[in-house]
Design a protein around this ligand. Structure first.
Ligand SMILES: Cc1cc2nc3c(=O)[nH]c(=O)nc-3n(C[C@H](O)[C@H](O)[C@H](O)COP(=O)(O)O)c2cc1C
Length: 195
């Protein structure tokens, strides 16, 4: 299948997400990576943006989609069977909840939903149970949107943080292309002791 894989600015999860991109390629999928504008322009303590982007290009063998202009044809050409946003920040989640399309990733999401193809979100945000909770609730109720099962990742220290289990991206995809949400959606929370 032809799969879109979009990365947004939850930099701390990239080391868990990039192996999943490789897994899709190894399973024979044609993967097109989309990187949000913030990811393209932000070096952090988790790594340099250019290094992440070069790795992703090498893994998929396809050019990256980096602008709204490049993402727009996903709608009329319908060349993606599915779009996965992993990691999906609180910022991108909240834009999706409010119909805002001002990044290449939200453009790709809008195009995917226009074509009634599955959109899969792997959330990662410290305000999942606070500032972004309303957006999460809204998007959970959207047609053709599926979630990678998620948990509270550190409920003693970061009480409102939610993070998807990135190793479940492929299983979520396999269920979503058959119209099913992988269950259980809500995983047991972790503390520092159980990590
Ligand atoms: C080092 C660093 C780590 C961040 N981690 C997260 C995160 O895990 N989750 C999140 O929602 N935002 C995180 N952010 C903030 C987002 O990058 C920011 O909201 C940005 O506007 C997201 O844009 P995007 O969704 O278009 O990529 C982080 C920012 C920095 C600099």
């Amino acid at each position: 299948m032809t799969v879109g894989f979009a990365l947004t600015g939850s930099y701390c999860t990239f080391d868990k997400v990039i192996p999943q991109v490789l897994d899709f390629v190894k399973k024979g999928h044609d993967v097109h990576v989309i990187v949000s504008e913030n990811v393209q322009h932000t070096d952090t303590r988790f790594g340099k943006s250019i290094d992440f982007m070069e790795r992703l290009k090498k893994i998929t063998g396809n050019p990256l989609i980096t602008s709204i202009r490049e993402a727009e044809p996903i709608g009329p050409k319908n060349f993606l069977d599915c779009l996965i946003i992993a990691p999906c920040t609180g910022n991108t989640l909240s834009k999706l909840a409010n119909g805002i399309t001002d990044t290449c990733v939200t453009m790709a999401a809008k195009a995917t939903l226009r074509n009634k193809n599955p959109l899969i979100l792997a959330i990662s945000t410290n305000d999942g149970l606070s500032g972004s909770a309303r957006s999460l609730g809204t998007v959970l109720n959207y047609k053709n949107v599926y979630f990678v099962p998620f948990r509270q990742d550190e409920y003693m220290k970061k009480e409102t943080s939610l993070v998807a289990e990135m190793t479940k991206i492929y299983d979520t995809f396999a269920a979503a292309i058959n119209g099913q949400q992988l269950q259980p959606l809500l995983l047991e929370g972790k503390t520092a002791q159980t990590k």
